[in-house]
Design a binder for this molecule. Structure first.
Ligand code: ADP
Ligand code: MG
Length: 279
């Protein structure tokens, strides 16, 4: 295989001829092994200097290539997911939000719910970390190799309504059915009209028992009748969503108010929920 043409082991050792290096480079480019093409010369010199066994050298080359390809793939799928921000689960401060069962979230990070086709529904008032958790779980899914797409409920319904008007509803429904995990954020922030509720129902029906979803809402399930402007359709949506679902109910202070709470400028959730805590 490699032959040393220089004997010094202290300085960089020449291990191949320029012609051979060029041929190797061409092979690697043809095989689309870009990282290996970039690193080959350095790795060959390192292997020769360290007198690495052949298998170790090969492991190093292939290991670097796989790591580079994985990182590229993850960042490509992260961009395609259209997250509003990229915050890994490791940045979530569980101590600030004791109503969240950390072990439950860490278990969801293992992505088994995706394999089972289960939904995750995150409920809670504004600022408690619903979007953050949805994004973080989405990132875990991407790391595990799944395709993820993030949208707000308002965006989703606007897109589907436009597709309906353009006679391309089926195509758009397919678009939202394709990603293995669909995240629908902010159900309940904006009222949904009858057509919107119907389109939402169609999408939920398509993904039902096939594609898992993460949904977030600031409204309890009981209030979804008002959110969708129709109790019957809200019940039909919830019936499908909750058939196989894990619900995280966050009760606590907005993280956005963290600094203000510290400074005593606003009252905490605990103060408000204590009897006599109302002003
Ligand atoms: N427990 C937490 N640890 C770290 N950052 C948090 C936490 N909860 C919320 N945040 C941050 O506070 C901001 C508001 O959270 P967000 O997830 O958008 O809230 P929600 O979707 O519930 O309204 C975001 O920047 C988010 O990253
Ligand atoms: Mg949010």
């Amino acid at each position: 295989m490699m032959t040393r043409t220089a004997s010094s082991s202290t300085t960089a050792t020449v291990v191949t001829t320029p012609a051979q290096l060029e041929r190797l480079g061409e092979h690697l480019h043809k095989l689309r092994l870009q990282k290996s093409a970039e690193r080959l010369e350095a790795l060959l010199q390192h292997a020769a200097a360290q007198e690495l066994p052949y298998a170790d050298f090969l492991e190093q080359v292939l290991g670097e290539e796989v790591a580079a390809k994985t990182a590229k793939n993850v960042s490509m799928r992260t961009a395609m997911a259209r997250f509003p921000f990229v915050k890994p689960l490791e940045t979530f401060d569980f101590a600030y939000q004791p109503s969240i069962d950390k072990r439950q979230v860490l278990s969801l990070a293992g992505c088994q719910y995706i394999e089972h086709g289960d939904n995750v529904i995150v409920l809670g008032p504004p600022g408690v970390g619903k979007t953050h958790l949805a994004v973080s779980l989405g990132l875990k899914a991407i790391e595990a190799g799944y395709r993820v797409f993030f949208t707000s409920a308002a965006q989703l319904i606007a897109t589907l309504s436009k597709a309906l008007a353009d006679g391309r509803l089926d195509e758009k429904l397919k678009f939202y059915t394709t990603p293995r995990l669909l995240i629908i954020d902010e159900i309940g922030y904006l009222p949904i009209d009858r057509i919107g509720a119907n389109l939402f129902f169609q999408l939920i029906s398509r993904r039902y028992e096939r594609g898992p979803m993460i949904l977030t809402s600031n409204q309890s399930f009981g209030a979804w009748g008002e959110v969708f402007g129709d109790r019957v359709i809200a019940t039909a949506i919830l019936d499908r969503l909750l058939h196989h679902a894990v619900t995280l109910n966050i009760r606590g202070n907005s993280y956005r108010l963290k600094e203000k709470l510290k400074a005593g400028l606003v009252r905490s959730f605990d103060d408000q929920s204590q009897p006599g805590g109302e002003i």
